[in-house]
Design a protein. Structure first.
Length: 279
């Protein structure tokens, strides 16, 4: 029987963690890798039967690096490792689809060593099927010792590896802790994006943009960085069909445009600081 370890990265996730761990109860191992929670996260993780480790990364928190740390230092013994965020949940159908895919992979020497999964993204009570471009594939399931992650904040699998996809979706409640949490997370993302854009504009080195996944799109949006808010809103609301999803689609498209607006301001701020100009 193929064994699976369920891993959740946490930082003050007492609200959402029990739901995520309950949906991973079928896994042979449960690991919560915490980066310094001050609430009841660790207590709740242990109550759910999870093993708990603490790892505070130096410098900026990068999802890909924290996941790689779990793979190399987490003491995991299962054949496969499934990563789920605390604000996510696997339905029984999704769990069954994962188990079926791994059973098939066990009998196939040329099977993938990693799988991408797709979420149903929930926002204020509505699944944003169009606004979020469903299916929107995320790297989540890896064969231990054969696959890792790259990409920093927006994690991906390394190119050139055998990767499969499991179509049954999991649930993502990214707004579960409210607007303040969402804005703080995206403020951090904007800071990271601005740093990468400025590095690319200064050096011309595309490696500054990080992962090779979607590199052409990242190059384009880095070159057109002042237009990012308008481009993001047009993408979400018009091209992907957010206008079909009522007021939730409109609000989310505006929120994502505001995230890119913060990125633009941070790029201007960094460039003026580099030139010794006042803010």
């Amino acid at each position: 029987m193929t064994s699976v370890a369920g891993v959740v990265l946490t930082l003050n996730e007492q609200r959402d963690l029990p739901r995520a761990l309950a949906s991973l109860a079928w896994c042979q191992e449960l690991l919560v890798l915490d980066s310094g929670s001050s609430d009841r996260t660790l207590e709740l993780a242990q109550a759910a039967g999870a093993r708990v480790l603490l790892h505070r990364p130096e410098g900026r928190f990068l999802i890909s690096e924290q996941r790689n740390w779990a793979l190399t230092h987490g003491g995991l013994g299962s054949d496969w490792v499934l990563f789920l965020d605390a604000d996510e949940e696997l339905s029984p159908r999704a769990a069954a689809a994962i188990q079926a895919a791994l059973a098939a992979a066990a009998a196939d020497p040329s099977a993938p060593v990693g799988f991408e999964l797709t979420p149903r993204y929930w926002f204020l009570g509505r699944w944003l099927r169009y606004t979020q471009g469903y299916p929107n594939w995320h790297p989540r399931l890896v064969r231990r010792g054969r696959m890792g992650f790259e990409g920093g904040v927006w994690e991906s699998f390394p190119s050139g590896r055998r990767v499969g996809r499991i179509a049954e979706p999991y649930e993502h409640y990214a707004f579960s802790k409210g607007i303040d949490d969402w804005l703080e997370r995206h403020r951090r993302y904007a800071d990271w994006e601005a740093e990468r854009i400025c590095s690319y504009l200064g050096s011309g080195d595309s490696r500054s943009l990080g992962t090779r996944r979607l590199l052409r799109l990242r190059l384009l949006t880095a070159r057109l960085w002042p237009l990012r808010p308008a481009l993001r809103f047009s993408q979400k609301y018009l091209l992907q069909g957010g206008l079909l999803e009522g007021w939730q689609g409109l609000l989310f498209a505006l929120l994502m445009a505001s995230y890119d607006l913060i990125t633009v301001v941070k790029v201007i701020e960094r460039r003026r600081q580099d030139q010794g100009l006042p803010l």
